[in-house]
Design a protein around this ligand. Structure first.
Ligand SMILES: O=C(O)C(=O)C[C@]1(C(=O)O)C=C[C@@H](O)C=C1
Length: 111
């Protein structure tokens, strides 16, 4: 069918919605995808934390400290390269989570 001209078309924002899945359906589908990715990321983070804790414990047992600042800088640089400047914030939060030493936790438990 011939398309309505710009001058005769009704002023409606719903025209594209007839040709595509509704925005609600599309958003809902993407959110399911994100929920799935978040579950995978959480599992990977638990695995990473287990490995990280083994290193930290071994270092502490052998007279070292929990933190290895040089290694942390290399981890942070990797996240920055992968995700841009915001990757650095993520890496710092990640390392806090790995060490269990976030400011939030220190405030609540004193540990
Ligand atoms: O690689 C280490 O030495 C670790 O202890 C692991 C890890 C990390 O989770 O990446 C955690 C704490 C350290 O400060 C540095 C890095």
């Amino acid at each position: 069918p011939p398309r309505e001209s710009a001058t005769t078309a009704p002023l409606s924002t719903s025209a594209p919605a007839r040709q595509r899945p509704s925005a609600d359906a599309e958003i809902s589908e993407h959110r399911h995808h994100i929920d799935h990715l978040d579950a995978e990321i959480a599992q990977l983070l638990r695995e990473r934390r287990d490995v990280s804790r083994r290193i930290q414990q071994r270092r502490i047992e052998t007279g070292g400290g929990r933190v290895d600042p040089g290694r942390e800088e290399r981890v942070i640089a990797r996240y920055r390269e992968a995700l841009g400047p915001e990757g650095e914030h993520l890496a710092r939060a990640l390392l806090d989570t790995m060490r269990g030493t976030s400011a939030d936790r220190e405030q609540k438990t004193g540990k």
